[in-house]
Design a protein around this ligand. Sequence first.
Ligand code: TYD
Length: 207
Amino acid sequence: MFITFEGLDFCGKSTQVKMLKEKLEEMGKKVTLIREPGGTQISEKVRDILLDKKNSEMHIEAELLLFSASRAQLVREKIMPLLKEGHFVISDRFHDSSIAYQGYGRGINLDSVNTIQHFAIGSAVPNLTFFIDLPFDEIDKRREKFGATNLDRIELSKIDFYHRVREGYLEMSRMENRFISIDGTLSIDEIHGKIIDFVQNWIVNNK
Ligand code: TYD
């Protein structure tokens, strides 16, 4: 089973990713966590280029292709072989991040973004995608707590960019069945409980 997590920066998805991994392991499953961008030697190098504050002159088209190149490597080197071995693969971000950030956020034509994603991921389409949704003022509070100097290049982008990214995610959750939007203002345990319910349902229905 392939599960991905999506959401704005600081939405709390990384905590949920870890909790889901532990729960699935308790259930006796083999679980591998992956982070995007990154996850293989080549993909980690691409990640460094993408998040480096010195690369402020990067064009949005190059940004989209670098995220997608990193993903194409990760899919073939890790995700597909692991799924074939029967692992549960959980990815902290995947191709929907490119649709939300580069498509809706940066304004690159959505048809082009979708075509590139299709090419990059091939048959590695997630079975379930959890979108942890938080209103922007809550994200902003968490950003402030984190301290602006610690933000990476993408996180330093303008506020209206984040609004567009969130709208993109909301639209995707309306359009795609695998895409489950979860209220990020709930407690950590409540969110975890909902995620477990969806995953267990999926397992039961796909035996
Ligand atoms: P990261 O530090 O991994 O953030 P997070 O913990 O929130 O996942 O940095 C990833 C940044 O890159 C984040 O701001 C989202 C952005 N991003 C894209 O713009 N497009 C993509 O396809 C992916 C995977 C990430």
